[in-house]
Structure formats: C-alpha cells, structure tokens
Design a protein around this ligand. Structure first.
Ligand SMILES: NC(=O)C1=CN([C@@H]2O[C@H](COP(=O)(O)OP(=O)(O)OC[C@H]3O[C@@H](n4cnc5c(N)ncnc54)[C@H](O)[C@@H]3O)[C@@H](O)[C@H]2O)C=CC1
Ligand SMILES: O=C([O-])CC(=O)C(=O)O
Length: 340
C-alpha cells in the first residue's frame, strides 16, 4: 500500500504529475491538495482504471491535513513559476512562504513521509523544509529530496540528440550534480553512459553544458509568459517518485541524482566534502535509495578539469541559496510560533 500526495495538484505540473502517479500501479491512494480545483481534478482522475483511490481537497475544513493523513510520499510542485526575464531566485519571495506552510502541514500530519520538493528555487526550498521539520523535532535528512531529475532528463535527451539518435535518450545516463539553477547545474558529461563523440569541439561541449544548465530558460522563453516547464517536469517528477516508491518497497540498487542534505549519509558526505574542498550543507549528487530513503550519497568520482571548474563556479551560488532558505525560516520563527 502506498499513498502518494501532490501539493499544488491543480497546477501546470500538478495535474500531469497526478495523472502519471495515478497510472503507477504501485500507488494505491492518491491525495491531491491545492488552493483551487482539486475536487475536479480528483473526480476526473478517479475514473482511470488503475488501483489508486483518488481524493482531492481544498484549504478550508482541514483540507491539507485530510490530504496528508497516512501519506508515504509527498511531492510538492506548489508555487508560482517563472516568466521571461526572471531567475528562479526571483520566485523565492512567494514560494518560500508557500513551501514553509506546506512543510508545517507535513511535519504535523505526516512526519515520516518522504518529501520530494519541486517548487523553486529548489536550492533554497529544500533547506526551508528541513528547517521547519527541525523546529517540529521530526527532521530525518534521509527522507527529504530536492527533485533535480529534469536536469538529468534534459541531459539524456540533449546528449542523444548530439549522438544523432533520439531513441538512445531513454538509455543515456548523465549524472547532473550541484543544485537546480543556472551555474549550480553541473552535468558530468565525462561520466555519460554514452560518451560524446571523441572529436567534439570545445565550443560544442560548452554549448551543450550551457543548454543543460539553462534548459529551463529555453522553455520559459518559448512559453512567452505562460509559465515554465510543466509536462517534462511532470514526467521527471513521476520518474523520481516511482524510484523512491520502488526503493521504499524493498527494491535494491536504485540510484538517482537528487539534491539532499549531506547529513543524510555521513561517510558519503565526508568523501564529497573532500572532493569539493568545501563544506556544503546540501548538494545534488547520485544517491542510492533504500527503504528509509537516502541509503548512500555517492561521491562524484573521477571528473574532468572542465567539470571541476564548473563545480567551483557552482559552490558560492549554492552556499548563498542554502543560507537564504535557512535564514528565511529563522526569521519567520522570530515573530511566530512554529505551529500549523
Ligand atoms: N524542480 C524543477 O525541476 C522544476 C520546478 N518548477 C517549479 O514548480 C513550481 C510550480 O510550477 P507550475 O506547476 O508550472 O506552476 P502553476 O502556477 O501552474 O501551478 C502551481 C500550483 O500551486 C498552487 N498553489 C499555490 N499556492 C498554494 C498553496 N499554498 N498550497 C497548495 N497549492 C498552492 C496553485 O494554485 C497552482 O495550482 C514553480 O515554482 C516552478 O518554478 C518547475 C519546473 C521544473
Ligand atoms: O526554469 C524554470 O523556472 C523551471 C525549472 O526549474 C526548469 O524548467 O528546470
């Protein structure tokens, strides 16, 4: 029995993500929460002939609590998306408060759930969830994930394009590490399961790296004010959620990159710190998943000089984003009690 919950379920990501979770035969219950439209979305999905029983709630009448009751996996795509000209950090002002409130709901109703954060800026919203959980004394770093899967999905697609065969994209695996915004997105193309053409010009390599780092902007620009990636994000989010669910159900050896607290695995994190030459509280790296969430943080291993330079450029930005998230919660609790 697995209860999956989507918070922000009526949105551009929320709806297709809920559809894909409803299509997952391992999900037996699907809880949908949003400030609008969830009863309609739930009624619609409930007619699909798959096992999950679907329920949708709105804020009044303890809707959040009802949605979260008994949740095993909670995915959060609630919040505002970017418009052209904005960075992900520009979303912080609105999304930080939304994520803090939803995290409070999870901490008080489903503190053991695995929490998968999609809402941007992920580099800061994941620390926000952690800080809220700490205030309620229910924090387990193994159970908190920033969803960076879309970067991995994009890397697979763009590498397959360069190799001239899109049918390869489902098999191409490129670790993408760091965080989830611009220069903090670091593709380790030297570790691609399908090596790049040996004669690839430096300029083409740089273009590929830039496209993976700024793939989100490509979509924001094309949507021209209509938001950011939703369908590819729903696909990526459902893929990651499916991996977490399979691991929790006992499947061994499942590995996926995710933005996690380095506290989730002490030995992995000290190896990572050595590699980075810097202590970071959160970092996206390949993670082995297990029944309790993060089983192991896998260090970067051998990377190229170009990748080392990319990581060096990512670290100060990541540090700043992490501190912003932590400070936001500390500030909020100066003037309010941590309660739902
Ligand atoms: N991690 C990643 O790779 C990606 C993250 N994102 C982020 O995901 C977020 C959502 O994007 P979209 O679905 O396109 O936006 P959207 O505006 O289409 O949907 C967001 C939904 O959240 C709901 N919402 C707002 N406040 C809420 C609250 N307090 N409780 C519950 N629901 C609430 C809204 O009613 C709306 O239905 C954005 O922050 C976006 O930047 C988007 C793409 C990729
Ligand atoms: O670009 C955005 O704002 C949404 C996002 O995170 C992505 O598509 O990677």
């Amino acid at each position: 029995m697995v209860k999956a919950v989507v918070l922000g379920a009526a949105g551009g990501i929320g709806q297709p993500l809920a559809l894909l979770l409803k299509a997952n035969p391992l999900v037996t219950e699907l809880g949908l929460f949003d400030i609008v439209n969830t009863p309609g979305v739930a009624a619609d999905l409930s007619h699909i002939s798959t096992p999950a029983k679907v329920e949708g709630y709105l804020p009044p009448d303890e809707g959040l609590k009802k949605t979260l009751a008994g949740a095993d996996v909670v995915v959060i795509p609630a919040g505002v998306p970017r418009k052209p000209g904005m960075t992900r950090d520009d979303l912080f002002k609105i999304n930080a408060g939304i994520v803090k409130d939803l995290a409070t709901g999870i901490a008080t109703t489903a503190p053991k759930a695995f929490v998968l954060v999609i809402s941007n800026p992920v580099n800061s919203t994941v620390p926000i969830v952690a800080e809220v959980f700490k205030k309620f004394g229910v924090y387990d770093p193994k159970r908190l994930f920033g969803v960076t899967t879309l970067d991995v999905v994009r890397a697979s697609t763009f590498v397959a394009e360069i190799l001239g065969d899109l049918s390869l994209s489902k098999d191409v695996v490129v670790p993408v590490v760091g965080g989830h915004s611009g220069v903090t997105i670091v593709p380790l193309l030297s570790q691609s399961s399908h090596p790049l053409p040996s004669g690839l010009a430096k300029e083409s390599y740089d273009t590929l790296v830039n496209r993976i780092q700024f793939g989100g902007d490509e979509v924001v620009k094309a949507k021209n004010g209509g938001g950011s990636a939703t369908l590819s994000m729903a696909y990526a989010g459902a893929e990651f959620a499916a991996k977490v669910i399979r691991a929790v159900k006992g499947e061994k050896g499942i590995i996926a990159p995710s933005y996690v607290s380095v506290e989730a695995d002490a030995s992995g994190s000290s190896a990572l710190t050595k590699e980075l030459g810097e202590e970071l509280a959160y970092f996206s790296s390949n993670v082995e998943l297990g029944t309790e969430g993060v089983a192991k943080i896998i260090p970067l291993g051998k990377i190229s000089e170009a990748e080392q330079a990319l990581i060096k450029a990512a670290i100060p930005e990541l540090q700043k984003n992490i501190t912003t998230g932590i400070n936001f919660v500390a500030e909020a609790y100066k003037t309010e009690e941590p309660r739902l």
